[in-house]
Write a protein that binds this ligand. Structure first.
Ligand code: DP6
Length: 329
């Protein structure tokens, strides 16, 4: 008879207002700088992990499609970190992983953050590991850096840390602290040419990365202060600065990475115009052409139709601050 242990977890995606770009240790994913993000309510991954005594290899599916090759190895390696911690039988078993996103792949919303946060929590629970939120965040980080920030809820800071245990994310304000809305303007659903893991490895080839990293603590402190004070003007200034600096690194590395499309720049101009006209909106862009437009609560209804009216906008998705990763079964 087959014996197994199973758990299911849900984690939200997140949008960084101070970006993670570049590692000081690639294999441990110890970041070059601290970062800040907001979890995205309603944009999540649900993952079940079942450790079984009858499997010879780990198996995984995402949205019903089997995962193979490199992506399966990444999941397997991640499960190994958790299996190593388990002092019990299931720690020796292979697992069946089933993951589902409630947003379409390539929707311009990072899936590795919610995916590795949900995977970490589901696997730790199935193995009966009693981990603190901090420990779980560090472990999620090993799978995907930004996943460390999807473990705690609301507004989150990921501390750089010089060791595995010291590099974790924690919440500094709950989701209801400030009802910021992320309007994600989708201009392309194509798979990105250079994924973030590859991109992080190139950050050091930009002659500007040292300056970016040196100035990061100041931007981080300004961003955290702005969020705590609910000061949108201050937030807008530092969020756009930080996104622009990261894209400066991307564009000046070897090989250079240019994630923007003409529509991306169109949105950046629109957002600047709207803010000059008094609307509380600012932009931030990850490793892709889609634009996250952060709005204060009173600006959402006016900004959304303006975005939809731009040529080349496929869709605008809306998300508010979300909670922590949770076990659902
Ligand atoms: C541009 O966390 O996706 O979105 O650790 O290789 O999985 P890996 O990278 P990932 O990098 C995110 C990069 C970013 C900025 C951010 O979210 O901080």
């Amino acid at each position: 008879m087959m014996t197994s242990q199973k758990a299911t977890a849900r984690a939200f995606s997140n949008i960084a207002t101070i970006k993670y770009w570049g590692n000081i240790d690639e294999s441990l994913r110890l970041p070059a700088n601290g970062s800040i993000s907001m979890n995205l309510d309603g944009v999540y991954t649900e993952t079940s992990v079942e450790f079984r005594d009858d499997l010879a290899e780990d198996r995984a599916s995402i949205d019903g499609k089997p995962v193979t090759g490199g992506p399966l190895e990444r999941i397997s390696r991640h499960l190994d970190h958790l299996r190593k911690l388990a002092q019990n039988q299931p720690g020796n078993w292979r697992a069946e992983v089933k993951s589902a996103n409630n947003f379409p792949a390539g929707a311009g919303i990072a899936s590795s953050a919610s995916a590795f946060a949900a995977l970490s929590l589901a696997a730790a629970t199935a193995l009966g590991l009693a981990l603190t939120e901090r420990e779980l965040s560090s472990i999620a980080r090993l799978g995907s850096g930004s996943a460390s920030r999807s473990v705690p809820g609301g507004f989150v800071e990921w501390h750089v840390g010089a060791t595995h245990a010291e590099s974790f994310a924690e919440s500094f304000a709950p989701p209801d602290h400030w009802q910021l809305t992320d309007l994600v303007a989708i201009v392309s659903r194509a798979h990105k040419a250079t994924g973030s893991t590859e991109g992080h490895a190139l950050a050091g080839t930009s002659p500007l990365q040292n300056a970016r990293v040196a100035h990061a603590p100041e931007r981080l402190a300004r961003c955290k202060r702005a969020i705590l004070d609910r000061d949108f003007e201050a937030l807008a200034e530092v969020v756009e600065l930080d996104s622009n600096i990261m894209h400066g690194i991307m564009m000046t590395g070897n090989p250079p990475l240019l994630y923007w499309q003409p529509e991306t720049i169109g949105i950046m101009h629109l957002v600047r115009q709207l803010r000059t006209a008094g609307l509380a909106v600012c932009y931030t862009i990850d490793a892709g052409p889609n634009v996250h437009c952060l709005c204060a609560p009173n600006a959402v209804e006016q900004v959304k139709p303006k975005l939809l009216a731009l040529p080349g906008i496929l869709e605008v998705r809306e998300a508010k601050p979300g909670g922590p990763a949770i076990v659902i079964k």
